[in-house]
Design a binder for this molecule. Structure first.
Ligand SMILES: *Cc1c(COP(=O)(O)O)cnc(C)c1O
Length: 453
């Protein structure tokens, strides 16, 4: 038996974004780091266009998608939902496994869903450029694409370890017309400060974020963009889950389990929250599972506290799971999952027991990724192999227990630019980068004190 592909028509592309803050009953206020009072709209507006400030603070259930953005979505959306019968067979499981494939976007992952929205609102607010930070290069590519499509210049600070491991991502950004700089760089104060302390610093998302923010403050024609974490970003990703809900109607099935890779939390939120919304409205029960790297275990070993989203402490304080803003994760290949913190909405869902979290090791993820590639023909992004590992573990449990559950996994992107990582895995030289208790403690000690929960 072969796979089945469930496709929607253009008119099925959502007309609204779901607000995930509505689903978790609101999120804790964002606090000014100095006064520890809720930040004002004006303060947020210093690095965010007004429409996004409204979305960030809104309790409304949904926001309308501007027509120019929706038209650009139609270039590759809706994305396909597959029933992975060949993977089921390879696992000899009674489970029904589905995957929602976001790798059909021009840059190979889900990130343009929000990059286009942010470009649109920044341009509307008079910005002529966009700046952002990138880990594996996926966010930078999405910003570069959005800049090209909205005729804006773009600047991307790329975490140095990925800059070196993934040279083709940089070329992709440059092809779209972007200027890509390895971080830590000598172009910003925070980059210089980090290099003075440690000249061979591998970089981290937190450091790159500080650099991009400082660049935006120094060059006000550039709008600062966010690849993950914030509420409005998670909202934009809800097109993934909304489409999946409709596709399950076509399949005449419904997931018992929804699994996603968790870095900053946005693709997981976008996939899972529309199902959570249905459940909370009296629909069918569904287990939501966040899968994170054991090397950067924000949800499973971090603590819930107010912390910055960047390493230099330039952002306000967010209440969320955090490993501490100075935490430097080992250099695993899933660069997009190397964040010390997670979206407030995902954090809240885990805290309230609406979502589970598990941590998995790099080699186990690549094992699942290779199994997936051989069964399904798609080489998954290293980040996406986390969702696959989580789904495979659930499918194997179904086999043990002899129950046929329906599992939906978020295939957040393809891994065509990540073949160096696969090469290492296949050669048996991929490390498991176990996280030392000392590095973990150092990170946790950087949560601003007095610690506010
Ligand atoms: C960025 C990225 C992720 C992780 O980001 P989230 O905000 O946690 O969704 C996962 N998969 C891919 C392919 C990515 O590019």
């Amino acid at each position: 038996m072969d796979n089945i592909k469930y496709e929607l028509t253009e008119s099925d592309i959502p007309h609204t974004w779901y607000n995930p803050a509505y689903d978790v009953g609101g999120i804790a206020p964002i606090l000014d780091a100095a006064t520890r009072e809720p930040v004002s709209r004006e303060a947020l507006a210093r690095s965010m266009p007004p429409a996004l400030v409204e979305q960030e603070l809104s309790q409304e259930p949904e926001f309308e998608i501007p027509e120019p953005v929706r038209q650009l979505y139609a270039q590759w959306r809706s994305t396909p939902l597959f029933r992975a019968r060949r993977l089921e067979k390879a696992l000899d499981t009674p489970a029904r496994i589905y995957y929602k494939f976001e790798g059909v976007a021009p840059t190979g992952s889900f990130k343009p869903n929000t990059a286009l929205a942010q470009a649109y609102y920044n341009k509307l607010a008079g910005k002529t450029g966009l700046v952002g930070e990138t880990g594996a290069g996926q966010w930078g590519s999405a910003v570069a694409l959005a800049g090209a499509l909205f005729d804006m210049k773009t600047k991307v600070f790329m975490v140095r370890v990925s800059f070196e491991q993934k040279p083709y991502r940089r070329t992709l950004m440059e092809t779209y017309g972007s200027v890509c700089t390895a971080s830590p760089s000598t172009e910003t104060e925070s980059g210089l400060a980090v290099l003075a302390e440690r000249p061979d610093h591998p970089g981290s998302l937190g450091v790159a974020k500080s650099e991009a923010l400082q660049f935006a403050f120094a060059n006000p024609e550039y709008g600062y963009t966010r690849g993950s974490g914030l509420n409005h970003v998670c909202a934009h990703q809800s097109v993934i889950g909304q489409e999946a809900v409709k596709q399950f109607e076509l399949a005449d099935d419904y997931p018992d389990i929804v699994v996603g890779a968790a870095g900053g939390g946005s693709n997981l939120a976008g996939l899972a929250f529309p199902f959570l919304r249905k459940k909370l409205a009296g629909g069918r029960d569904v287990r939501l599972i966040a899968v994170e790297p054991a090397a950067c275990p924000t949800l499973t070993r971090g603590r819930i506290a107010y912390d910055h989203a960047d390493s230099a402490g330039l952002t306000p304080l967010f209440r969320m799971h955090t490993l501490g803003h100075k935490f430097i994760p080992p250099a695993v290949h899933a660069g997009g999952l190397r964040a010390h913190n997670i979206a407030q909405v995902v954090s809240r869902a885990v805290e309230d027991g609406l979502m589970e979290a598990v941590a998995v090791r790099q080699n186990d993820c690549f094992e699942a990724g290779v199994l997936f590639a051989r069964a399904e023909g798609i080489v998954p992004a290293p980040e996406s192999t986390h969702a696959i590992r989580g789904a495979v573990n659930e499918a194997l449990r179904c086999r043990e227990e002899g129950v046929g559950k329906t599992i939906l996994l978020g295939l957040s992107g393809h891994g065509d630019f990540d073949l160096v990582a696969y090469q290492k895995y296949l050669a048996g030289t991929l490390s498991d980068d176990a996280l030392s208790d000392e590095a973990l403690q150092d990170g946790l000690d950087s949560i601003p004190s007095p610690v506010l929960v």
